[in-house]
Design a protein around this ligand. Structure first.
Ligand code: PNW
Length: 495
């Protein structure tokens, strides 16, 4: 099935050619969600391999042992992407595939290196620019066992830096766009505050045997920031001149709107929520060089302090703002002192505002609703506060009803809900560009349905539907893939 879209009718007609000719568009993925081959060809165990083999952790009881089998089927996937006309592909490397035990002194798995070399070569041969994420949540389990992973900044940092250096050495002749960490905030909030993601630590003993949500969350974030900055320093000092690439970090961030726009306390609470979620990582890197004052006030000494050396290292440590965003929430202030385990800025997040207006149409994922207006505001908020070029590195949605048996009926593949999501968000993106916001890429999340972490295979974010029950994980493109092809064809200037 193919679909063709034209955009001659208002208001799309006058958006033609708005995006720069070198604007990159494509799909984003993560190794642990697609590769499968979890213990093949020498790959070591990651914290997600352990997590999904622990009873009760994943919603549908599934594992990522096979996932979409992207490890075996990468040539087919590159050909499919090419048929959608992408110019770029963002994917992550599995650290434990490259260094199975993870550490600076541990051996390299040449078969793992070869897999990524083959994938990169295949992309380049097909004219697709690789954007490579070093870390998308799959810490080698051995580093967790050896010294507590990111809780141990001193021991972890040299291990991460050696892994990063090895990747620059082996892949940097062809990879010119590097991302150190994907969403350091979600990694620590879900893994150490809520305890619902690997490595499954929190203060909540009914869920996790160990952990302290009130401190570890911020310790791990600090380790991510500092180790990111060390890896960037290595790239800039030892590789950048010769290889000519760019390096940065990707942060998550949804938009927060006041629940009651006429209540100054809610207006303040929405700003505080944006700072707890976004400025937590972005201020040290792109702004003041320190954590936001609002966080220091609430968290006191539970928030680590940057040494002078760390501050100098972290500030300016990203060539661009890597941005993942999905939705918007209404935020209402809470009275009284914040809970010890609060990470939101002493607010509550709601689906409707004081006028009972909904934040958007429901997807198949509880936290995600279509909210393009907030996206437009968020782009401007980030641009006004930090003024660095923005690479959109993830954006997308699930849609209700897609979890059916194969073969999927045409009504499922004609994914109107997802098309409407992309259409409305890309209009906002284009308007922001017209307003002067410097945006250089857009990666849809995600290429195919995949293993959605603790939600298993039931949350389908793909622009291609996958039959997970078939041996070949048969791929069925949804209409949204063709919509993106046609809409970017319209939006990107041709010269
Ligand atoms: C991202 N939130 O995670 C990740 O980078 C992907 O690996 C993941 O599959 C995708 O989004 C969809 O979930 C997020 O609650 C998880 O706002 C949660 C949120 C945002 C991003």
């Amino acid at each position: 099935m193919t679909w063709a879209h034209t955009f001659e009718s208002s208001p799309d007609a006058n958006l033609r050619g708005t995006l720069r000719p070198d604007f990159h568009w494509g799909f984003a993925t993560a190794a642990a969600q697609i590769e499968g081959a979890w213990n093949k060809d020498g790959k070591g165990e990651s914290i997600w391999d352990k997590f999904c083999h622990t009873r009760g952790k994943v919603k549908d009881g599934s594992t990522n042992e096979d996932a979409t089998r992207a490890y075996d089927l990468f040539k087919q996937d590159v050909a499919l992407m090419k048929s959608f006309g992408v110019s770029a592909y963002r994917f992550s490397l599995a650290w434990s595939r490259i260094i199975p035990l993870g550490g600076a002194e541990d051996p390299v798995n040449e078969k793992g290196v070869a897999y990524y070399n083959n994938l990169i070569d295949e992309l380049v041969a097909n004219g697709i620019t690789p954007f490579v994420t070093l870390f998308h949540w799959d810490t080698p389990q051995n580093l967790e066992d050896r010294y507590g992973g990111m809780l141990n900044q001193e021991r972890y940092t040299p291990d991460f830096v050696r892994y990063a250096r090895l990747c620059f050495e082996r892949f940097g002749d062809r990879v010119k766009h590097w991302i150190t960490y994907n969403e350091p905030g979600v990694y620590t909030l879900a893994g150490y505050a809520a305890g619902v993601h690997a490595p499954a630590r929190s203060s909540f003993r009914e869920r996790n045997a160990e952990g302290d949500s009130s401190t570890e969350t911020f310790t791990v974030a600090h380790t991510e920031l500092v180790s990111h900055a060390h890896a960037v320093k290595v790239y800039r000092e030892e590789f950048k001149e010769k290889q000519g690439g760019q390096i940065g970090i990707t942060l998550h961030g949804n938009f927060s709107e006041p629940w009651d726009a006429n209540d100054p306390q809610d207006v303040e609470a929405a700003q505080r929520a944006r700072e707890f979620e976004i400025a937590w990582f972005a201020d040290p890197i792109y702004g003041s060089g320190d954590y936001p004052q609002s966080m220091r006030e609430q968290l006191g000494d539970r928030l680590p302090s940057f040494t002078d050396e760390e501050r100098a290292l972290v500030k300016g440590s990203s060539d661009f703002y890597g941005m993942n965003t999905y939705t918007t929430f209404f935020v209402r202030h809470l009275d009284g002192p914040a809970d010890i385990n609060d990470h939101l800025g002493n607010v509550e997040k709601l689906d409707t505002n004081s006028d009972d207006k909904s934040r958007g149409a429901e997807s198949d994922t509880y936290w995600l609703r279509t909210a393009p207006e907030g996206f437009g505001k968020l782009l401007r908020w980030i641009w006004d506060r930090y003024h660095v070029p923005i690479f959109m590195t993830e954006n997308g949605t699930t849609a209700k009803g897609e979890h059916v048996k194969a073969p999927p009926p045409e009504s499922i593949l004609d994914d109107k809900f997802r098309v409407e999501y992309f259409h409305s968000y890309l209009r906002e993106l284009t308007c922001a560009v017209l307003d002067g916001v410097d945006i250089r890429s857009y990666f849809a999340w995600t290429f195919t349905d995949n293993w959605e972490w603790a939600a298993g295979y039931e949350d389908r974010f793909g622009c291609t539907w996958i039959d997970f029950e078939s041996e070949e994980k048969t791929r069925y493109p949804k209409r949204s893939s063709y919509f993106l092809r046609d809409y970017f064809g319209h939006l990107i200037r041709k010269n």
